[in-house]
Design a protein around this ligand. Structure first.
Ligand code: GDG
Length: 462
């Protein structure tokens, strides 16, 4: 059987508890012994490595390189997270572009290719993940790699008129088209990508997502939504709900309801809007005062990017304002932690919380929505409030769908969730839970790898 090679910017440290971040979590559920996982170690060193350090854990080979400070700055902090991330989350106003960052991004991709190429076997299937590594296929091809190459974009894509703002964006579209298969979370993301390919680099693309690139080579754009192992997460939540931490949480609420949010501390997640919505909820529906607390966990992320530090300050201030304004001597309305929690602790908290609040301004998918649904007790399930602009909203119609830019609409959904009948909660949850079975981590991997194996066969026949 062909070996699977996964390439992502960060490689999860084997054996350690998963960090906050959807990619590692979804893949963790699906990789098999024999897989090679290649990427950055997460460490900086005096020099960027010229060969990989390989460790084997439970049959999986983890091959990593270190980056020197300058490469880390230009590639990771710079082009990946200060240019591409804001652009692809529709935040042109936050996009910064510097040529040295673009050069650093390209040079790190070249280094990835040079270190990875000697580790590859002729029948390996190579699956590259996310916006850090768009140019990798082209770099590998330059080195003579002939294997099937697939790429999955975990974050959204933008309409062509917005993508056109990216300097040298046409080069990046050519880079996408060096892969055999390019995967997206939703039909909308794929549609916007194909539109950019047609308009900006003039490659023909049909409505089935088949692009004709240079020399007639075919590239397939597919929709393969990411998911979780819902059965395993549900079991974890059931276990964790009996834990000391969940008990401490429930005891501290003394009979009040709980709303929960858990996100990386990232401006795409819409946290200030969510706090403002909770403020509006307390103003407009004062009958719920003292009857509910909102617990927001915001796991620190990308602390070297200045926007993230600014967001942290903004949230500290907003949380203080809300509690100062609405709190009572025996009730804290908003419990805000800019710290991360263990995944098992989160699972127990989700199960207990009567309302899950997932209101990103844009999100590729958003796995917190999946986890919240998986964790619920089907007999007495909680209600999910979900942004229309999370990729998962394309699949989860039974959630309370809101426009995250409208704090009043979120506040109304909070009220609706507080008073929703048990029958309605059960029927919404039942349908959402059924969707989790089709949107599983396993289905995600199977669908993408099927498309990639098809490309492998086409290559072999050529
Ligand atoms: C990207 C895309 C896409 C959150 N707080 C803590 C914690 N988390 C976990 C959640 C969840 C994961 O982190 C976050 O996943 P998301 O999917 O929400 O988001 P991103 O990290 O932005 O991931 C996203 C995803 O890729 C997969 O394709 O869905 O749209 O942006 O699992 O539970 N985990 C721990 N402590 C926390 O405090 N341990």
């Amino acid at each position: 059987m062909a070996r699977l090679v996964i390439v992502s910017n960060r490689v999860p440290t084997p054996s350690k508890a998963a960090r906050a971040g959807g990619l590692a979590i979804a893949l963790k559920d699906a990789i098999q012994p024999g897989t090679l996982w290649f990427g950055w170690s997460g460490h900086q060193a005096p020099q960027t490595s010229s060969e990989a350090k390989i460790t084997n854990f439970e049959g999986v080979d983890y091959a990593t390189i270190d980056l020197k400070q300058e490469d880390y700055q230009n590639f990771y902090v710079g082009f990946a997270n200060s240019t591409l991330w804001p652009l692809l989350h529709f935040r042109l106003g936050l996009m910064e572009f510097r040529r040295e960052n673009l050069e650093g991004y390209r040079s790190v991709n070249e280094i990835f290719a040079k270190v990875l190429a000697p580790l590859l076997r002729p029948d390996d299937i190579i699956w590259v993940h996310d916006y850090h590594l768009i140019p990798l296929a082209d770099e590998l091809r330059r080195l003579g790699v002939k294997n099937a190459l697939g790429f999955f974009l975990h974050i959204p894509f933008v309409p062509s008129s917005m993508f056109a703002a990216l300097p040298r964006g046409e080069d990046l579209l050519h880079d996408f088209c060096a892969y055999d298969v390019v995967g997206f979370q939703t039909e909308e993301h794929r549609h916007d990508f194909l539109d950019s390919v047609r308009r900006i680099i003039d490659f023909p693309a049909d409505n089935d997502g088949v692009i004709t690139a240079c020399n007639g080579r075919k590239v397939r754009a597919v929709v393969t939504p990411i998911g979780i192992d819902s059965g395993a997460f549900r079991s974890q939540a059931i276990q964790a709900a009996k834990s000391r931490n969940t008990r401490r949480l429930t005891e501290s609420l003394v009979g009040r309801k709980l709303m929960i949010g858990a996100d990386r501390l990232d401006y795409s997640k819409g946290l200030p809007n969510r706090f403002e919505a909770f403020n509006r909820f307390l103003e407009r529906f004062p009958q719920h005062k003292n009857a509910v607390s909102f617990l927001q966990i915001a796991a620190p992320s990308r602390e070297d990017v200045s926007e993230y530090a600014a967001l942290r300050h903004q949230l500290n201030r907003l949380a203080g304002d809300i509690n100062g304004r609405h709190g009572a001597f025996d009730w804290v309305p908003l419990r805000y932690m800019s710290q991360s929690l263990a995944r098992s602790t989160l699972a127990g908290f989700y199960r207990f919380a009567q309302i899950g609040v997932v209101t990103p301004l844009r999100d590729g998918m958003n796995l917190v929505a999946h986890e919240y649904v998986a964790a619920q007790d089907p007999e007495d399930p909680g209600v999910l409030i979900l942004s229309n602009f999370a990729g998962v909203a394309a699949y989860f119609e039974e959630a309370l769908i809101v426009n995250p830019y409208d704090p009043d609409e979120i506040a109304e959904a909070m009220h609706e969730a507080m008073v929703m009948s048990k029958e309605e909660r059960q029927s919404r949850h039942k349908r959402l839970f059924e969707k989790l079975q089709t949107l599983s981590a396993q289905a995600y991997c199977d669908q993408f790898l099927k498309a990639l194996s098809g490309a492998q066969l086409t290559r072999a026949a050529a």
